[in-house]
Design a protein around this ligand. Sequence first.
Ligand SMILES: Nc1ncnc2c1ncn2[C@@H]1O[C@H](COP(=O)(O)OP(=O)(O)OP(=O)(O)O)[C@@H](O)[C@H]1O
Ligand SMILES: Nc1ccn([C@H]2C[C@H](O)[C@@H](COP(=O)(O)O)O2)c(=O)n1
Ligand SMILES: [Mg+2]
Length: 217
Amino acid sequence: MESKIIDKSTTSSDKMMNRLTNIISTISKKPGVVFVLGGPGSGKGTQCAKIVQEFGYVHLSAGDLLREEQASGSKNGDMIATMIKNGEIVPSVVTVNLLKDRILRDPSKNYLVDGFPRNEENNNSWTDNMKDIVDTKFVLFFDCPEQVMTERLLGRGVSSGRTDDNLESIKKRFVTFNNQTKLVVDYYGKQSRVKIVDSNRHVDQVFDDVKKIFSSL
Ligand SMILES: Nc1ncnc2c1ncn2[C@@H]1O[C@H](COP(=O)(O)OP(=O)(O)OP(=O)(O)O)[C@@H](O)[C@H]1O
Ligand SMILES: Nc1ccn([C@H]2C[C@H](O)[C@@H](COP(=O)(O)O)O2)c(=O)n1
Ligand SMILES: [Mg+2]
């Protein structure tokens, strides 16, 4: 009888310890973040949707969050609208707060942060605000010729409703990409933290390479 009670209590206390260990490891594990970069129209959003389906990440597009913020009637709405049309980078305080808010809603997940960091200021602000909260893994970079990206964006512009899918804005977006975003990619490249995928191929061929990367993590 006595030994039974001891056995029972050991078992239940083991179970309790196991549960506690699981809870602690869930709480202490930081969300993993993969930055997804590439020129405008390189296929970031398209491939992120496929990664979500196959690998269970949560997709956060910085551009989509800014467009939502603008549409919500935020005090920053006019500034966001103007900057997006001109292909300029919105001040990081706005973008990082939007991303941080989403990630903190469910820290048990891993995130694809698409279209971020677009410049040095984005990157510094991310480090200042997020380094203790997330585990930033690497940059997934989609490489595509400008001509191909332009054709894709003009094709998408017919139905996207985006104010920046027109030739004038597209040219400005390329200037920002070439002058600012590439420097951030180089920064991570020097740390061997960039995985480059040729996205000038059929969507499924691109995803075959993406799959290899995520399967090997
Ligand atoms: N590999 C591909 N081949 C042909 N078309 C593609 C490919 N990948 C994406 N597209 C198309 O190109 C357009 C742009 O793709 P997508 O929105 O994924 O790019 P993006 O990098 O997220 O662009 P942005 O920087 O503007 O957000 C879409 O119309 C999409 O359907
Ligand atoms: N980090 C970011 C991301 C996006 N924006 C603005 C400027 C971009 O041209 C626009 C659209 O982004 P996309 O949907 O093409 O990724 O959104 C920004 O200011 N900062
Ligand atoms: Mg996109």
